[in-house]
Design a protein around this ligand. Structure first.
Ligand code: PGA
Length: 238
């Protein structure tokens, strides 16, 4: 039987966008009106510079946060600052941040910070191509979850195989299904599980139909509101 958790369709804009992009939420709402999508949540995580200026129409989130509330941390943004600027979610431990030094312990501390600020952390996990080829994908991901997820009530897991991010390569539905079933067994029935890695309108229906896939974390295809809307429309209605 399919899952019954509320779908979450999340766009990670990464380091893309200027002030002219702040109207994209209302563009999205014009393409896919809120009245037609009461069964799902749509989230955009823009660069922090745009957050406070974004139009209404979708939920907003940050792409990373510091673990502290404030302090001498040049270039960083706290979870409280993201909340103040309009965020309700924050992505934590994206592989592009892990590649720049974020450890599981850092991710864990940031997830605690997000919760402290009243944000829901989207905690990213995923294996590299070498780890998958070595048959270690499920072990790597379950170890990451064990070490990165603190003892908090509300969080989302995004499974993003590193080799599928921005490469056009998508994990097969069978790979995604196997991994999401394993993650579900580890985290229990109430945590939304997103798949990320080259999600686009052409593959969204198949991926979002999988039993334990409760949504998607989308990079490239989330920059364009037509394609983000097409992916959101592919989320099954409960
Ligand atoms: P992609 O990025 O959709 O461009 O592969 C996904 C992500 O990094 O969250």
């Amino acid at each position: 039987m399919r899952q019954t958790l509320r779908p979450l369709i999340a766009a990670n804009w990464k380091m893309h966008g200027d002030l002219s992009w702040t109207s994209k939420p209302s563009d999205f709402a014009a393409i896919y009106p809120a009245s037609e999508r009461g069964h799902l949540d749509v989230l955009i995580c823009p660069p922090a510079t745009l957050l406070a200026s974004m139009n209404d129409g979708v939920l907003l989130g940050g792409q990373d946060c510091h673990a502290a509330v404030s302090g001498a941390h040049t270039g960083d943004v706290s979870a409280e600052m993201l909340k103040d600027a309009g965020a309700t979610y924050v992505i934590i431990g994206h592989s592009e941040r892990r590649a720049r030094g974020d450890t599981n312990a850092d991710v864990n501390a940031k997830a605690i910070a997000a919760t402290r600020a009243g944000l829901i952390p989207i905690i990213c996990v995923g294996e590299t191509e070498n780890e998958r080829d070595a048959g270690q994908a499920e072990t790597v991901v379950s170890d990451q979850i064990r070490a990165s997820v603190p003892d908090i009530e509300a969080y989302v897991i995004a499974y993003e195989p590193v080799w599928a991010i921005g490469t056009g390569k998508t994990a097969t539905p069978k790979d995604v299904d196997d991994m999401h079933n394993a993650i579900r067994a580890q985290v229990g029935p109430t945590v939304q599980l997103l798949y990320g890695g080259s999600v686009k309108p052409a593959n969204a229906t198949e991926l979002l139909a999988l039993k334990n896939v409760d949504g998607a974390l989308i990079g490239g295809a989330g920059l364009d509101m037509e394609s983000l809307a097409a992916i959101a429309r592919a989320a099954p209605k409960p």
